[in-house]
Design a protein around this ligand. Structure first.
Ligand code: P1T
Length: 396
């Protein structure tokens, strides 16, 4: 199956990187569940492969598929999203500085501040929606800018093109964690980023059955460095995981369309709900960067963040009451999830940082799945009224 750049996303999602198996004609890429490859004579390999940490045909197909979807020349896959993030950080040296978006996944925050800080890499947190703040934070030691857009969990939107100009003019690598948007809604490389990172655990996998990460780039030199670190550190995905992800990307466009449709309806419902103080969704006109979101993304994704009219107890009851929204960390699966960032995904972020970002006790994050949206809305409605029944918040 030959795909080229003129093919649309859905066609590339299904075919890119994958050919019928030359030996059998199998249309699906085989699971080459092998650690090693026999050599004809020492050093004389039979095909392209010698050892699966270095490369494996199933992983190659996935890396090519994801690279194609992000409009990248090169793709590399890893055992998790944080493993992929760590590989980018390992390109730096002691004494280097990183500008990190102030609102990022808690595990990303922890990796920068508690692991790489010990290796002498300094992290400065910056509100990436404020371009003056970004410019003012740049100095000679800054070698990397790392941002998420939309951010986790407050869904702030950053102008990737504007930040990429600042990065380029200062010779700084710009890496964008595109996990929330997915390549279907945003291609940071075309907006000037140097590296795109994904937790493939989320929308790319889409079925909550694998942990993985990916890095995509158009820059040959960066790719060579990342590939060398991938080989040397070995945080590569299992072969079965690669197969599962190849299967998942075939439906990424269809799933994302439904995630976006459902989330827009759920956000509108919550926005009109008396029990909800505030809804953050990039598709709502009330979102502070709604215009930028419209310009940068053709759809607004499946994540919603809301402030319940109440406190920790009401939030806890809401999370205990939903039946379809499962109370769990993670996001991006076909099934809906609900979580409490302050207690769960962002518990490792220091309390003062959480407070500054508004990651409060009444902040609840929803990953809107692709179930029937009427059922999802009924589930939330029931949980919110149960949570607020008899609470001080509803009495006032
Ligand atoms: O879990 P892992 O595959 O290692 O991915 C880490 C990661 C990276 N980037 C973003 C934007 C993420 O949201 C995550 C993981 N996030 C969750 C588990 C969560 O519930 O937010």
């Amino acid at each position: 199956m030959h795909v080229n750049d003129s093919h649309q996303f859905g066609t590339r999602a299904i075919h890119a990187g994958q050919q019928p198996d030359p030996s059998t004609g199998a249309i699906m890429t085989p699971i080459y569940q092998t650690s090693t490859f026999v050599q004809r004579s020492p050093g004389e390999i039979i095909g392209e492969y010698d050892y699966s940490r270095a490369a494996n045909p199933t992983r190659d197909a996935l890396e090519a598929n994801l690279a194609n979807l992000e409009g990248a020349k090169h793709g590399l896959c890893f055992s998790s999203g944080v493993a992929a993030t760590g590989v980018v950080l390992h390109m730096l040296s002691a004494g280097d500085k990183v500008l990190l978006g102030d609102d990022v996944y808690g595990g990303t925050n922890r990796l920068f501040h508690r692991v790489f800080a010990q290796l002498g890499i300094e992290t400065v947190m910056v509100d990436m929606t404020n371009l003056d703040e970004v410019k003012n934070a740049v100095d000679d030691r800054v070698k990397l800018i790392w941002l998420e857009t939309p951010t986790n969990p407050t869904l702030k939107i950053t102008d990737i093109e504007a930040v990429s100009k600042i990065a380029k003019s200062n010779n700084i690598i710009l890496a964008v964690d595109n996990t929330f948007a997915t390549p279907y809604l945003q291609n940071p490389l075309t907006l000037g980023a140097d590296i795109v990172c994904h937790s493939t655990t989320k929308y790319i996998g889409g079925h909550s059955d694998s942990i993985g990460g990916a890095l995509l780039t158009n820059n040959d030199e960066i790719h060579q460095k990342l590939k060398f670190i991938q080989l040397s550190e070995g945080a590569v995905p299992g072969i079965m995981e690669c197969f599962l992800l190849l299967r998942s990307t075939k439906t990424l466009h269809v799933r994302m369309q439904r995630h976006c449709e459902n989330a827009a309806k759920v956000a509108a419902f919550l926005d009109n709900h008396d029990g909800v103080e505030r809804v953050i969704y990039p598709g709502l006109e009330s979102h502070p960067q709604h215009e930028l979101a419209k310009k940068q993304m053709p759809g607004f994704g499946g994540m919603i963040t809301m402030y319940l009219r109440g406190g920790i107890e009401e939030s806890r009851t809401m999370l205990e009451t939903t039946k379809l929204f499962a109370c769990a960390e993670s996001l991006g699966g076909v099934e809906s999830l609900i979580e409490h960032p302050a207690i769960m995904t962002h518990a490792s972020v220091p309390a003062d940082q959480r407070e500054k970002l508004g990651i409060d006790d009444n902040l609840v994050r929803l990953s809107v799945g692709i179930e029937d949206v009427t059922d999802l809305i009924a589930d939330l409605d029931h949980a919110i009224s149960t949570a607020l029944k008899g609470s001080k918040a509803s009495a006032s």
